[in-house]
Design a protein around this ligand. Sequence first.
Ligand code: DXP
Length: 269
Amino acid sequence: MDAMTSTTATADPVEFYGTRVTSRLLLGTAQYPSPAILAEAIRASAAEIVTVSLRRESGVARSGQSFWQLIRDLGVKVLPNTAGCKTVKEAVTTAEMARELFDTPWIKLEVIGEDDTLQPDVFGLVEAAKILTRDGFQVFPYTTEDLIVADKLLSAGCEVLMPWGAPIGSGRGLNNPYGLRSMRAHFPRVPLVVDAGVGVPSHAAAAMELGYDAVLLNTAVAKAGDPVKMARAFALAIEAGREGFRADPMETRDMAAPSTPVMGQAHFG
Ligand SMILES: CC(=O)[C@@H](O)[C@H](O)COP(=O)(O)O
């Protein structure tokens, strides 16, 4: 991390369930070309929280061990996820196993409702969130921008909401900026994280300019030609977007307004 990044970021931390972090980029750990590139990308991103799929861990025992060691060596906080779970039961069981394995009450809760869009099954999500928070989990729900669902998740005990930008892995950016903006306005004090569908750094900057607290992304970095460079680019974009938001942007207008006011008349000759 360079001086500029650290100076501004430390002045503006964000808290999730009482844990304070200075980086507003949460990074996924799947699909990287190699473990070494993953490690370098995490370092370049300056992310302090990475999300890890339990399924990957339990799938191949030995590579799971070395992967876990790699994450441990980086000193980042782990946010286990229930990626790929399609039922409440599957998500709850996966969360319970993740708590054992990673020794954390944090869980990024995904209950996937549909294969083409990988959009959340919001009914299952609320049900699973109720079960998990009752059981002491601190839930980060992957949801939509629907305000009623958001309210129900908060009533279920969630203290963070993670609405999608676009379908997971699509790289489309913010499909519904209007919906995301109203969510921000509706829940001014809830930590909100745009999760999924972000493709390029400007998408992440746009989320931050809307006043979002952080961005979670994976594919855009893992599948970039140069994941390490892209990780750094996202870190800078998120910081720029956040600073832009804090700087209180000008109002947009329909008509032109001269940026150089003209005083009097110029005389030639
Ligand atoms: C890793 C993870 O948690 C994903 O399910 C997440 O939603 C990121 O999505 P993208 O890969 O589209 O960034």
